[in-house]
Design a protein around this ligand. Structure first.
Ligand SMILES: [Zn+2]
Length: 252
């Protein structure tokens, strides 16, 4: 058993080295293609925004630079976490004991967002169980939508950021669906932008990743706040350094 555990650790450590990780290479090629050839530049506007994040790291990886830029301009931002993040390390339990993960990840998210100027009062945790968004009971689903509608109607954001609708993770795709349903019920006019987390890693090009998913891609230069995003990433449990290339990518 110890040998198997040791081999598993070695596998993960080798997989952490980009040149040995085919998923990293695949994601890197698509990111570079989008950044350099097919996306349009996006500028930061004055609209208030809500970032919806399935887990405590998606907001940083997907929108950290944008949050920093908006907060620098004094624009109101709220960040909503749908799940408690307890299953982030089920395959690598030696990194953090599962029973500690919920509080650890909440604290990490709060600390990371504080660096970007987001107040604790603007961070909300729905605490749904990680990995269960596509299995909610009807009552849980209705309560979640009701809660989302209340936040949207109270805050009245000009923009909403959600994971890409085809982000290839059940919690991420459900977050998009739940927020979309809540926006329809709230009857507030706003713009929805989708940020990619897993889509380029786990959706093979020409097989699951269709070009239609990438049309209308926009890129945002975050060079002026890159150091803040790097600092913020130090507080995030999940180490996906690839995402901080100096740009934040969003899709209309
Ligand atoms: Zn996630």
């Amino acid at each position: 058993m110890q040998i198997i555990m040791y081999l598993t650790k070695v596998f993960y450590q080798v997989g952490d080295i980009p040149i040995f990780n085919p998923l990293y290479i695949h994601a890197c090629i698509i990111h570079q293609w989008l950044l350099n050839f097919t996306s349009q530049p996006l500028s930061v506007n004055q609209k208030s925004a809500i970032m919806f994040s399935p887990h405590q790291d998606d907001e940083t990886l997907g929108c950290g630079g944008l949050i920093a830029l908006k907060r620098e301009m004094g624009i109101p931002i709220k960040v909503i976490f749908l799940t408690d993040g307890q299953k982030s390390h089920t395959a690598t339990p030696w990194i953090q004991a599962p029973e500690n993960l919920i509080e650890v990840r909440k604290q990490e998210a709060t600390t990371a967002l504080h660096i970007l100027g987001v107040e604790v009062s603007d961070i909300h945790f729905f605490d749904l169980i990680d990995g269960t968004l596509n299995h909610l009971s009807n009552e849980q689903y209705q309560n979640t939508i009701k809660h989302l509608v209340e936040i949207i109607q109270t805050f009245k954001p000009g923009e909403i950021y959600v994971p890409h609708r085809k982000d290839n993770h059940p919690d991420h795709e459900c977050t998009y669906k739940f927020v979309k349903a809540a926006i329809e019920q709230s009857q507030i006019e706003l713009e929805i932008l989708q940020y990619p987390i897993w889509i380029f890693w786990l959706s093979p090009l020409f097989i699951k990743l269709k070009f239609s998913y990438l049309t209308g891609a926009e890129r945002l230069c975050i060079n002026s706040v890159l150091e803040q995003k790097k600092e913020q990433l130090q507080f995030i449990n999940l180490k996906l350094q690839f995402f901080h290339l100096g740009f934040s990518k969003v899709f209309c």
